[in-house]
Design a protein around this ligand. Structure first.
Ligand code: NAP
Length: 246
């Protein structure tokens, strides 16, 4: 990763934070982006304290203009863009379809799906100028199976996988690899809204007997972003403690 320039969205917390720390440790220049400037700035401080290079850029991924500004910032600050990790996402409204509000539906599609289209649109434009790049879109196991009470989230993550495959068909021949990663339930602040009983039930869905850790997902994202994954494109990579094996 030495001297590679990486954008990571939602990098102030959870999987994005672990990914930012790992890429920086491997020598990348990391553009830490989040809607929350406090946590984002904190991640930059931790990277710099450890001797790495990073800058914070505040962006709401649900905005096309802010996705463009994020890519422009990366080029202006570090001269290029090599890897983009479209990670920011929300759990969204937890309701069955008949009870789901229209606002709840639109919000989760905006933040978890439209965001990835906007991100890739501007990231690919920049990478084409470089003649190379790698994009890793963060999906979920719920990109391949359903989950009661989360229709919007599930729809967004399924669609993200289809969009990833299509983007790979369109751009793999021009040096840009594009993949998605499908974590099972990972112990991050995203799960804070769940009570202990529900967390226990979730654990039981993972044959490995526990929730995942952000660092474990970050290792897969790092590999996909790196040249070690030079033949990997157009695929969906679950990382799930056996969840999907049932
Ligand atoms: P997290 O700990 O909640 O971190 C997500 C980060 O994204 C937070 O800093 C959040 O800021 C930020 N964010 C929220 N909305 C945003 C927006 N509109 N624009 C920019 N940033 C925004 O979540 P996580 O668990 O690491 O999840 C990261 C990704 O992994 C998501 O795409 C999620 O769907 C996926 N994933 C997570 C799990 C899991 O079990 N944790 C499983 C499968 C897939 P605030 O804190 O201020 O909202």
């Amino acid at each position: 990763m030495k001297n590679k320039v990486v954008i990571i969205t939602g990098a102030g917390s959870g999987i994005g934070e672990a990914t930012a720390l790992l890429f920086a440790k491997e020598g990348a220049k990391v553009v830490v982006s989040d809607i929350n400037d406090e946590t984002g700035e904190e991640v930059v401080k931790r990277i710099e304290k450890a001797g790495g290079t990073a800058s914070f850029f505040k962006a709401d991924v649900a905005s096309a203009a802010e996705n463009k500004a994020l890519v422009d910032f990366s080029i202006k600050t570090y001269g290029q863009l090599d890897v983009a990790v479209n990670n920011a996402g929300i759990g969204g409204e937890a309701n069955k379809i008949a009870d789901m509000t229209l606002e709840g539906w639109h919000r989760v599609i905006d933040v978890n799906l439209h965001s990835v289209f906007y991100g890739m649109k501007y990231q690919i434009e920049a990478m084409l100028k470089n003649g190379q790049g790698s994009i890793v879109n963060i999906s979920s196991i719920l990109g391949s199976v359903g989950f009661e009470g989360s229709a919007g989230y599930v729809a967004a993550k399924h669609a993200l996988n289809g969009m990833t495959r299509t983007a790979a068909l369109e751009y793999s021949g021009q040096g840009i690899r594009i993949n998605s990663v499908g974590p099972a339930f990972i112990d991050t602040p995203l799960l804070d809204q769940l009570d202990d009983e529900i967390k226990k039930q979730l654990i039981s869905l993972h044959p490995i007997g526990r929730l995942g850790r952000s660092k474990e997902v970050a290792e897969l994202i790092l590999w996909l972003g790196s040249d070690k994954a030079s033949f990997a494109t157009g695929s969906y990579y679950p990382i799930d403690g056996g969840y999907l094996a049932r």
